[in-house]
Design a protein around this ligand. Structure first.
Ligand SMILES: [Zn+2]
Length: 465
């Protein structure tokens, strides 16, 4: 008797929430994960990273959609628990993971140190979720694979990676597998980008897929279509004209590169004066170098072999050392500084803000979402004073927020992307989104496209023939 081959999927993270993406796939005794993400955000969510997960040593491999920590950041813990298989990803994702996983491990170690110092923990001593050594071991398991081609996982099942246009290296993952009813294809969207990013190319169109696992972070929103350059121009221009400093907190991967491009564009079009532009974040500098390495993924046109053009403004300066960073904080304007962390949760950005916030001639421009209770959100709410490094700082500088720079496709983008499938999936599973966003997207997919949609719970398991 032959055993009927079937594929099963289990949603072990990012079900009705936006972090901790992990989907377990089983096929004929072969077990692997699509993404291995960290739960991020408030404590009650982060605590899930400490809970028992599946038997790591029984998992044969992992395939990553992209390098963001909510899709890759659990890997070092998984390795610590005994996982020794291969981790397949695009070459760009592998390169970005090397810097992001190491940075994540540093943050875990710092958090533990801080809790021990404060004695703000029930566990003495507090231990990091994982260490830099664990991250290095996870990095050693990464295997870059070419995009667009099928790669065999085990007999009867292959995978391929297709550009998803979210960040550099980001891909959809497709599985092609044999069942009792012939060959089938299942597609995992990871995070979907859109066609309005300036630096990287948009998502490719999928021709057919029998089943689709789809993200819905912005499933209930349509983003502002205002050109970000138009939003930035008046703020930057007036700040520089009064001799002020423009401080832009930005995430190291994706947002920082978009911002550099926009500043460079405004400068080339003579819409703002040319001033020094400091990128004060070693991680952003390294990420930018990786972006420049994968030109086939970029929209940018290059002037011969000149690497920096057109991402870097004329007076661009990469600030690597702490001493150089301190010099920038002491300098008088006009100039622009782009620094991390994007939500002011730590890093060099805090030194710049401590110096620049008390003066009305300066401005701060937020270009990414600010989570509740972060310093970023407090500044957006217009607080007159803010605590930085134990010091109460007056907020006199202008505070602005730019809304049109998300790397996620919105509700219209996702619907349009699915609409362009030649052969529509027979079922769609929605994950990676808050319940309201997923339900809104479900409604649109059902009513506008006539598709069958499920919203799985955490732990939801489905047998797919
Ligand atoms: Zn992402």
């Amino acid at each position: 008797m032959t055993v009927k081959k079937q594929l099963s999927i289990e949603f072990l993270g990012a079900a009705k929430t936006v972090t901790g993406s992990r989907i377990l796939v089983k096929y004929n005794g072969y077990q692997f994960l699509i993404d291995c993400g960290l739960f991020q955000g408030p404590k009650q969510i982060r605590i899930k990273n400490w809970e028992d997960f599946i038997d790591a040593d029984k998992i044969h491999s992992v395939i990553l959609t992209h390098a963001h920590i909510d899709h890759s950041g659990y890997l070092p813990k998984f390795v610590k628990e005994g996982f020794r298989g291969k981790v397949f990803a695009s070459a760009g994702t592998v390169d970005l993971c090397k810097i992001l996983l190491t940075d994540s491990a540093h943050l875990q170690e710092e958090d533990a140190k801080y809790l021990n110092k404060k004695r703000a923990t029930h566990f003495h001593p507090a231990k990091p979720l994982y260490t830099v050594e664990d991250a290095e071991q996870a990095i050693s398991l990464l295997v870059p694979v070419s995009k667009d081609e099928w790669h065999e996982l085990t007999e009867g099942i292959s995978f391929r990676l297709l550009r998803s246009g979210h960040i550099l290296g980001s891909t959809f993952v497709q599985l092609s597998y044999t069942t009792g009813n012939g060959q089938k294809i299942i597609t995992f969207s990871g995070d979907i980008g859109h066609d309005r990013q300036n630096v990287i190319k948009g998502p490719v169109i999928i021709k057919e897929s029998d089943v689709l696992i789809l993200e819905g972070t912005y499933g209930d929103r349509v983003q502002s279509k205002v050109d970000a350059a138009d939003e930035l121009e008046p703020i930057i221009k007036s700040t520089l004209n009064r001799g002020g400093v423009v401080v832009i907190p930005a995430f190291a991967v994706g947002r920082a590169q978009e911002i550099l491009f926009l500043i460079s564009k405004l400068e080339r079009e003579k819409r703002i004066p040319s001033v020094p532009v400091y990128l004060d974040s070693p991680m952003s500098i390294n990420a930018t170098d990786i972006y420049m390495k994968y030109r086939d993924e970029l929209r940018l046109t290059f002037n011969g072999d000149h690497f920096d053009y057109p991402l870097c403004p004329q007076q661009f300066q990469a600030v690597r050392s702490v001493d150089e960073s301190m010099l920038v904080t002491m300098q008088d304007g006009p100039f622009i500084v782009v620094s991390a962390a994007g939500m002011l949760t730590g890093g060099r950005i805090l030194h710049h803000l401590r110096k620049r916030l008390p003066e009305a001639k300066n401005s701060v421009i937020f270009v990414g979402f600010q989570v509740e209770e972060t310093k970023g959100r407090l500044l957006q709410q217009g607080l007159p004073k803010i605590r930085i490094h134990k010091q109460l700082i007056d907020v006199e500088a202008e505070i602005h927020s730019i809304s049109s720079l998300s790397a996620h496709g919105d509700s219209n983008d996702i619907i349009d992307w699915v609409r362009r499938f030649n052969k529509k999936p027979s079922i769609i599973y929605l994950n990676h989104g808050e319940p309201a966003a997923l339900n809104a997207l479900k409604y649109r997919l059902e009513t506008e496209l006539g598709l069958k949609v499920e919203v799985p719970d955490q732990g939801g398991k489905y047998i797919i023939e």
